[in-house]
Design a protein around this ligand. Sequence first.
Ligand code: ADP
Length: 685
Amino acid sequence: MITKILIANRGEIACRIIKTATAMGIDTVAVYSDADQDAMHVKSASVAVHIGDAPATHSYLDIDKIVQAALQTGADAIHPGYGFLSENPNFVEAVTEAGLTFIGPSADAIRAMGLKDAAKQRMAEAGVPVVPGYHGSEQDPAALQAQADIIGYPLLIKARSGGGGKGMRLVSGASEFKERLTSAVREAENAFGDPVVLLEKFIESPRHIEVQVFGDSHGSVVHLFERDCTLQRRHQKVIEEAPAPGMSDEVRTAMTQAAITAASAIGYTSAGTIEFIVDGSQGLRTDGFWFMEMNTRLQVEHPVTECITGVDLVEWQIRVAAGEPIPLQQTQIKLRGHSVEARLYAEDPAADFLPVSGQLHRVSFPDRARIDTGVESGDSITPFYDPMIAKIITFASDRTLAMQAMSSALSGTHIAGTTTNLSFLSALMKNVEFTQAQMDTSLIERHLDALLPVVSDTPIERLLACLVLSGLNQWSETSGWRLWGEASIRVKLTLQDENRCEVVHRLQLSPDGRVRLNLDEHDDSAVKPTNDEASDTAYDERGAVIVVQSITDNDIRYRAGTETCTAGYALWTQAVTGDQYVSLKSAQHTYTYSLKNPLTAGEDAQSSANTITAPMTGVIRAVHAAKGDAVNSGTALLVMEAMKMETTLEAPRDATIESVLCAVGDAVNDGDVLIRFTEPDDVID
Ligand code: ADP
């Protein structure tokens, strides 16, 4: 019997596990770091224990602290989620030695699959197809070259301890081999402290298809069909679906049987995933798939399997960890419909998908999709952990409908405050090769230019932004505008990071709900409202006109021309600068406009030059300045780390430092004042 589970994780997966445990009447214990004090997983658990500083090595990766937290709160089991300690056999041993139940596989099973070469050898012995290659211990470069020549080119060199594509090199011909081997070995040694590599035939135009397996302590192993995770970017999954498009009964039987053989060979218990690389160039074939690796944990993309089988995999994990048999026999597990998952991240596709951090001023999802998330409006994405915002999951009777449901779920999602990959995901859902299931793992790379959002606004978005920023958006269901008349709003509207026109826009409201925007206050020739709805033009290059139908705290419903639309919005003020921001979400794009604080605009250069503020959320890594120092323009004053990158903050002018408001190791938020200079003509004694 398990009565209280500690979840050794954070974010969406911790919330996901808490949900099922709670539904089963089991108490939950959350653990959290300094960065997660107010996080959703902390609020949703029955009890929460603080385990350390923000960096994962001081908190979510600290085995002793986590086991202690479980003992101290009387938990009898630990669920590791995915990532962090989930595939660490030493953690499993520490948990069991403390007399607690680990909700997952045995330490031995994790070890058996931990090294790629040993895992592949073992799988080959068990009769599971593995990619032809060399997985032996001989590592002499000449001997490896001889093996490579036998395998043939192109081939892949992989680090046996590898992960995340590190230590992996593609070799297209014999002459390149030596140089690629040297660099793979060097990278493997640096990243994993293990230089051993294996060689593998390179499968061209491959698909990634994986099988969900489940084992119990009574010797049963079942499968829950497959997932297709072919849409990847740099070996990271972006969109997953189940079942795999084009899968025949014959190939499914061959793949799921191979997966069961693989899991049985290591006496696997709990949820696990067997990943196969598949040659999809001529359709799926029974002799066209090969074992790649096994993930000995719950997978990020497990919800699509839950949708098509109706099984709650976390519930099964808890039952099986408590010693119960798997609740269903293989023949009782049925596949129905089609499910798609998209991973929504705080990242900037235009900047090579660099992770971004910051406060989420609005997090809003449509009702129709399953949303697995660990954040809500007001929470922050910090630089310490994976910047995932949510997983959006749709389910329908067939692939086309599930994909359509995903497109509309993405349109109905609004994230304000940070840049996200939302528009990129929307573009991906429209990619013809993807919609027709003609995909391989390099589809995203191949179409990247077309998938990157080009965000250009029209006067309609400008109008909506002005309306929100003007504070005139006071609307009542019964009487229309509370305030109406004419407002001239001084707008140096900046769209995203681009600088935009600095003219005075003029906004006119009329009692019937019409709003007109003249982009230039002195030019009154912009589109004019008419009384004839059908002939209303929505905008031209001089301005726009819409008819507002309703305004709530988050949405504006309006008619533009003959179209009725809804735009989500969020408005916030940056604490330090007083600048206002509005985020607008149309069906296609998220637009972020900023409006300078009128009190500080104009004295910009001077006022900002009196302080150094944090350009983003991060951690101070070095302080090179102290009170009273006289510094020159360009002197490096601070080094900040954000999203694993270091940024040096320099003096903007010759100045004397009045105070340093941060220290090495401090976590700082976007906009925090870090250093103050004396007023240019102040004298410090
Ligand atoms: P890692 O553990 O570093 O992520 P994997 O072995 O899981 O490395 O491979 C990651 C990805 O690389 C796969 O999902 C697939 O897209 C590609 N890949 C791996 N092996 C091959 C291969 N033999 N041929 C072609 N592509 C491969």
